[in-house]
Design a protein around this ligand. Structure first.
Ligand SMILES: Cc1cc2nc3c(=O)[nH]c(=O)nc-3n(C[C@H](O)[C@H](O)[C@H](O)COP(=O)(O)OP(=O)(O)OC[C@H]3O[C@@H](n4cnc5c(N)ncnc54)[C@H](O)[C@@H]3O)c2cc1C
Length: 525
């Protein structure tokens, strides 16, 4: 049976971009509905770390440096002009509160305008009683913390150090005790659930299990969204916030020469919004890009590595047995090098090499120090172990003499505290996830003690960042610069305001929310 409903604004996708857009529309006096294809809301947002990079215009020089020339200056300016307003708006109209992540640097703190003390914020733990029944339809996190502990981004930093730092021990104890304070959501779980609670309060319906299957156009204007036989007419406009195309095998092969197996993005992100915008003549930008990160291709799904590459006693090599990158650099940059994006020379396969001291001290892919690694990792060829560097080289098929030389040279850098080849540990970003007790350089420790491990690293991602070209009001643009009337896009459905760069933790969610907000604002006009 055909049904038709009418709203001022129809939003497609229930991630940070879509929910912020709908919330802003509602609080500016418009009627809005969100449709979501999955049985759960939140998309990648619910899986995420929930960090937000939303500074004001003081970050202008820095953002220009990071985003480069591919991004229109007006879009960069809009992000910085409205970012703080978006944060205040969300705090006002949802149960969310945000706190600064202390000392989490911009990803390029030494670049012009970069800040070593950082400017990322994250949600405070959110009591599930504020969420009510909507907890049942919240998309799952990427990895649940053990025993339902409320781990924040700040906690992760200290936990990754095992018991090396008094703060690490204190964090572990505090988290264990905090379980008795009731069930609290953190990171992306808090962000998605908090936005959903705001929408419930504002009376905005979020319809699950409702995939957009088409857009209706009348006299050149987008006027409705279809899901099978159901239609939602949009009096003012449609906002596409259906995420990226990380789960679309065909599009990834076509634009990136990679498949979908190494993404940790949400299962529903198959690029539908991008495809439909494209069909209406929109321009596409940055389609070869993603929010990349070196990842372990574990048997149960990829593991996105953060602190694992910064902690001392580890290094990365390619098939030649030589290092090729500053291992501790921001994750997008490391994969650009792995893929050979600038040089044309890829460094695949890639291996993370570690020694026993590293394994005895630090958390590894969520595994506590000193605990045995799963047999299946070794059976699958993701992990290798040997008592000598040469034995490890044989196991992973790299030249033994070369790997021995690489480790020897690296151990010299660890002793001097200076990585003469790639400058690891020079940046405040590298050191954030390093070990403060490691002297003289918190990211550089020698690999001396057997057994040695090698772990396969692949070019994984948090999602794609290319998509529909938009302007500073989030309107979808055609190649000739005119906009598609009635059509807006935000979040990973739109080509990122970060260009090929990544300003800091939260540089995908912050802009997603801001451009969702700006789309709604434009529709009030
Ligand atoms: C593990 C992990 C950690 C991360 N940590 C951070 C972080 O700390 N900070 C940060 O800034 N970024 C982080 N990211 C990236 C960030 O989560 C994403 O870039 C962001 O969530 C994208 O938001 P979005 O609103 O565009 O899309 P999403 O949140 O992915 O939402 C898109 C929604 O659209 C739905 N959809 C798709 N197609 C249709 C359709 N046809 N009809 C209806 N609905 C549809 C999807 O099912 C999905 O629910 C992380 C990502 C992951 C996976």
């Amino acid at each position: 049976m055909k049904t038709e409903e009418e709203y001022d604004v129809v939003v497609v996708g229930s991630g940070a971009a879509g929910m912020t857009a709908a919330l802003a529309a509602a609080h500016h006096g418009l009627s809005a509905v969100v449709i979501e294809r999955e049985k759960v809301y939140g998309g990648s947002t619910a899986r995420s770390g929930g960090g937000l990079w939303l500074p004001g215009p003081e970050a202008s020089t820095y953002l220009k440096h990071v985003a480069g020339d591919e991004v229109a200056p007006a879009r960069r300016d809009a992000l910085l002009a409205y970012g703080p307003e978006v944060l205040a708006f969300v705090e006002k109209h949802t149960p969310l509160e945000f706190v600064r992540v202390p000392g989490y640097p911009d990803y390029h703190p030494e670049a012009p305008g970069g800040l070593a003390e950082g400017r990322t914020v994250e949600p405070r733990p959110l009591d599930v009683r504020r969420i009510g029944a909507d907890l049942e339809t919240l998309a799952p996190p990427y990895r649940a913390a053990p025993n339902g502990m409320a781990v924040t981004a700040v906690d992760y930093r200290w936990l990754s150090l095992g018991m090396r730092h008094p703060r690490s021990a204190l964090t572990a104890v505090r988290l264990a005790v905090s379980r008795f304070r009731g069930h609290r959501l953190t990171m992306g779980q808090a962000l998605a659930a908090g936005l959903r609670a705001g929408l419930r309060r504002a009376g905005v319906p979020v319809l699950m299990d409702t995939p957009m299957t088409g857009l209706d156009v009348e006299e050149g204007r987008v006027v409705a969204v279809r899901s099978g036989a159901r239609t939602w007419r949009a009096r003012r406009g449609v906002i596409l916030a259906s995420g990226g195309f990380e789960r679309n095998e065909r599009m990834r092969r076509e634009h990136q020469d990679l498949g979908t197996e190494w993404t940790v993005g949400a299962p529903g992100n198959t690029g539908d919004g991008i495809v439909m915008g494209d069909e209406l003549g929109a321009a596409l930008d940055l389609m070869d890009e993603a929010w990349w990160g070196p990842s372990l291709p574990l048997t149960g799904g990829p593991y996105f590595c953060l602190a694992e590459r910064n902690l001392p006693g580890s290094l990365m090599v390619d098939g030649s047995g030589r290092r090729f990158v500053n291992e501790s650099a921001p994750y997008v940059d490391v994969v650009h090098v792995m893929l050979g994006r600038r040089t044309g020379t890829p460094h695949l396969p890639s291996w993370l090499i570690t020694d026993r001291t590293y394994r005895d001290r630090y958390l590894f892919a969520g595994r506590a120090p000193r605990t045995p690694l799963p047999r299946r990792w070794f059976d699958a060829g993701v992990a290798h172990r040997a008592d000598t560097v040469e034995g490890l080289a044989a196991s992973i098929g790299v030249p033994a003499e070369e790997l021995r030389r690489t480790v020897g040279r690296f151990n010299g850098f660890a002793a001097s505290g200076r990585d003469d080849d790639f400058g690891r540990g020079d940046s405040a970003y590298d050191r954030y996830y390093g070990d403060p007790r490691q002297r003289p350089n918190p990211c550089l420790g020698p690999l001396l003690k057997p057994p040695f491990h090698a772990f396969a690293l692949v070019p994984g991602d948090l999602g794609t960042k290319g998509g529909l070209r938009t302007d500073e009001r989030a309107r979808v643009l055609r190649p000739d610069g005119t906009h598609v009337p009635g059509l807006y896009a935000a979040g990973n459905t739109s080509a990122s305001v970060m260009g090929r760069g990544y300003a800091g933790a939260g540089a995908t969610l912050g802009p997603a929310m801001t451009f969702g907000y700006l789309a709604a604002l434009d529709l009030t006009g």
